[in-house]
Design a protein around this ligand. Structure first.
Ligand code: MN
Length: 258
């Protein structure tokens, strides 16, 4: 049996489990809020054109609009100033084979349950590697925090000094990008960076270091608790928006049952 025949049979039988890592696009789903002097990201909006009525008797359809960075979404290198000149840095320029690949999950849920500002550090990564092996090259790395289970104001967790949510330190991002040469980094929070990521050097180190090196980001992921630490394959194709810096998308993973 060919690899693809085998895969199709195993998906149909459930021997390969498909895990949906996507939140539903909904006007109520929170988007990142920047300080008021900056331009703002638009929430998802849906406007009915017709619904089997006088506006269109046999069909139903909607107009939709949103920011490129709304809901579960992909960050392309061109999203950040460090990646502005990276080759193939816009979503429409990324080769399709880059959109399917291996994924590992670093479970930070226990730390994040006790500390809203939990940091993914090199020590956390090295402890994970001591158990699961060195992170393979050209692999997606997802930071599990169970933040996707939060609802409403708890999700952005805005305080007087801005949002508080977990994320990676600059040293962790340098380890992942410069030493492990990962493909991309994903989180359950509204950004790949911590809520307080503006206070690091450089500010927003995940964005700065990932995109400057031509790597990708995923955020607002869900169901990371359903993935194994290693061995899954991620499918994450953004929309083919001309010169797009990111895009909402359906993210899923294939997991082979033991
Ligand atoms: Mn984004």
């Amino acid at each position: 049996m060919s690899v693809l025949d085998d895969l199709a049979v195993k998906i149909a039988s459930g021997a390969v489990r498909m895990v949906d890592l996507t939140h539903t696009l909904d006007p109520d789903f929170p988007v990142i809020i920047l300080p008021p002097e900056f331009g703002q990201c638009a929430r998802f909006r849906m406007e009915e054109i017709s619904a089997y009525d006088h506006r269109g008797p046999a069909w139903k359809w909607n107009n939709i609009s949103m920011c490129e960075h709304t809901g579960t979404h992909f960050d392309a290198p061109s999203h950040w100033i460090s990646g502005r000149d990276v080759p193939n840095g816009a979503v429409d320029e990324i080769a399709v084979e880059r959109l399917v690949g291996p994924v590992v999950v670093i479970d930070c849920s226990e730390g994040a349950s006790k500390d809203d500002d939990f940091e993914l550090t090199p020590e956390v990564i090295e402890a994970w590697e001591a158990e699961h092996g060195t992170i393979p090259e050209d692999c997606w790395v997802l930071m599990r925090t169970d933040w996707s289970k939060r609802r409403g104001a708890e999700y952005l967790n805005m305080q007087d000094d801005g949002p508080h949510s977990p994320g990676p330190t600059p040293e962790a991002m340098r380890l992942l990008v410069e030493e492990r040469n990962i493909r991309g980094f994903g989180t359950e929070t509204v950004g790949t960076d911590a809520g307080q990521g503006m206070h690091y050097t450089p500010p927003y180190p995940a964005h700065y270091i990932l995109h400057g090196a031509g790597k990708y980001g995923l955020q607002c992921l869900a169901n990371l608790d359903l993935l194994p630490a290693t061995g899954a394959v991620l499918i994450a194709p953004p929309l083919k928006i001309k010169n797009g810096t990111g895009s909402p998308l359906r993210v899923m993973a294939m997991v082979e049952e033991a």
